[in-house]
Design a binder for this molecule. Structure first.
Ligand code: CA
Length: 510
């Protein structure tokens, strides 16, 4: 009897060990404001992103990955919780301190035996992070040059160098010293490519000889779209010559605006020499009006793409580390941005709107043995789905209040119910003057309700008008289409328990 029990016990332990052994490591690399329009895996002609492309080639490219609320902190809060902003409490970047007492996917992975870490940018307020065995975080937005990090136990450390490189250094160090008896989940949060797009010194000249084509809607007049008429995020008016484009009349001015304040004398010299030469040239051939706006667009593109070059190179370093350490076969690697970004479309930079460029985010995923190399996923996937997917991959339980859906069955060609529509809600009503709004995107249409700053409905036929220039809500056809779309929107509001949106939805407007 005793012997039989022992045999069963040993078999059970063996099976458990086997299950454990099968569980993948997880690396999620999440950047900030990186536009799919600038990634060659998505067909961009602006630049090459060989390392993101490598992930897509060896795994899957998500062509329809979207976010619930297109702004930094709220997008990361949704990533951690698998819930919409109104339920995780982090609706905007203004008053927000993320509540770490709530359930987040890394806690579930920890309980299932994973060791977890977040290294780099998190920017979720001042609370001490929970759910991570180790963290080393940029305070707030962080700095591109010579940044400080807050490490586990609230220890502040200063580093000399460029932020994207340091984040990778710290990630490799953590992987080196990790407990090798356990699987790991490492989140690498990049500051790049957030404003003000400061490149690594070695990349300063990378795009200087390139001229980029203007987006077709660069000089959009915002006809039919009230919220677009009142925004404050244009390259023409909002983008600042000094702060954003590094055109400074004096070193003192550059210092005052914070751009070079943290640099060593050598860094400062290389940086200022580069930009002063460009500014001198502009002063010698002054521009105004549309010509100046187009010049600003070229400057923006060059700085942004040079900043992204370092990001891609550092993704390559992580992939190289996994290769070298025999971790490439049993590690899931996901790369995504916190949300999308405007690269001059509608004349804009920044994000926030439910229009495609900011609503949609780049996402690639490598999962050897599960995802066939070169896969394209065309289903509607949301950042809401990452928490349940990663819990699923780690064989941890998925809390019932999670609003996302694991897409592992989709990758495994098992039974999977694709979304036919997505729900979005943006709240912040401050910087850049983008009116709060919520809405629905179906395979063909997008219906948006703006409120607070602007009270209006917008409806787009994405098949006929992919750039979303022609709001047809007030046309006869639009009114007819809106009846059915409003029913679907109301159902999503109900499904996701967004009570605030329901009240606004029911309010009549002209
Ligand atoms: Ca962001």
């Amino acid at each position: 009897m005793y012997k039989k029990f022992l045999v069963i016990l040993l078999l059970t332990m063996g099976a458990l060990t086997n299950v454990r052994a099968q569980r993948p490591n997880i690396v999620v690399i999440i950047s900030d404001d990186h536009a799919y329009q600038t990634i060659s895996a998505y067909g961009s002609k602006f630049t090459q992103t060989p390392n993101i492309d490598r992930l897509a080639k060896e795994g899957a490219l998500f062509t329809k990955a979207y976010v619930t609320n297109s702004i930094c902190g709220p997008a990361r809060a949704t990533f951690l919780t698998g819930k919409y902003s109104h339920l995780n409490g982090f609706k905007d970047n203004v008053n927000a301190n993320f509540n770490f007492d709530q359930d987040i996917f890394v806690k579930g992975l920890q309980q299932a035996g994973y060791q977890t870490a977040w290294i780099g940018k998190m920017h979720l307020g001042n609370h001490t992070p929970q759910g991570f065995n180790y963290y080393s975080l940029l305070p707030g937005q962080g700095q591109y040059y010579n940044p400080d990090f807050i490490e586990t136990g609230n220890v502040r450390k200063h580093y000399t160098g460029y932020v994207s490189n340091i984040i990778t250094d710290l990630s490799e160090q953590w992987l080196d010293q990790r407990d090798r008896s356990k699987p790991f989940c490492l989140v690498i949060g990049h500051k790049a490519t957030h404003r003000t797009w400061m490149p690594d010194l070695q990349d300063l000249d990378r795009f200087e000889d390139k001229t980029f084509p203007l987006p077709k809607d660069f000089f959009d007049n915002y006809a039919t779209r009230k919220a677009a008429q009142v925004q404050d995020m244009t390259i023409a008016k909002t983008m600042i010559m000094g702060y954003d484009l590094k055109m400074f009349d004096s070193e003192a001015k550059a210092e005052k605006e914070g751009t070079i304040a943290r640099m060593t004398p050598d860094q400062r010299k290389t940086f200022l020499d580069h930009y002063n030469k460009i500014y001198d040239d502009l002063k010698a051939h002054p521009l105004t009006g549309k010509a100046l706006t187009e010049w600003k667009y070229q400057r923006y593109m060059r700085d942004y793409l040079a900043t992204a070059a370092s990001l891609d190179r550092n993704i390559g370093r992580v992939l190289g580390y996994l290769d070298k350490n025999g971790l490439n076969k049993n590690t899931i690697v996901i790369y995504l941005s916190d949300q999308g970004f405007y690269m001059g479309e509608h004349g804009w930079f920044d994000k926030r709107f439910m229009y495609e460029e900011s609503f949609r985010t780049p996402m690639v995923m490598r999962y050897p043995g599960v995802i066939k190399p070169g896969t394209r996923i065309n289903d509607f996937i949301m950042n809401l789905d990452l928490a349940p997917t990663l819990l699923d991959a780690g064989k941890a339980s998925i809390p019932t209040e999670i609003q996302g859906q694991s897409f592992l069955p989709l990758l495994r060609h098992q039974n999977y119910q694709s979304r036919d529509a997505m729900y979005y809600h943006y709240y912040e009503n401050g910087e850049h003057s983008v009116s709060p709004h919520f809405g629905i995107k179906t395979k063909r249409y997008k219906l948006i309700r703006f409120y607070k700053r602007v009270e209006s409905w917008e409806l787009f036929d994405l098949q006929k008008d992919p750039r979303e220039l022609n709001n047809i809500y007030n046309t006869a056809r639009g009114q007819k289409l809106a009846v059915e779309l409003k029913k679907q929107l109301a159902a999503l509001i109900e499904k996701y328990k967004d009570k605030e949106a329901r009240v606004i939805f029911d309010r009549e407007i002209n």
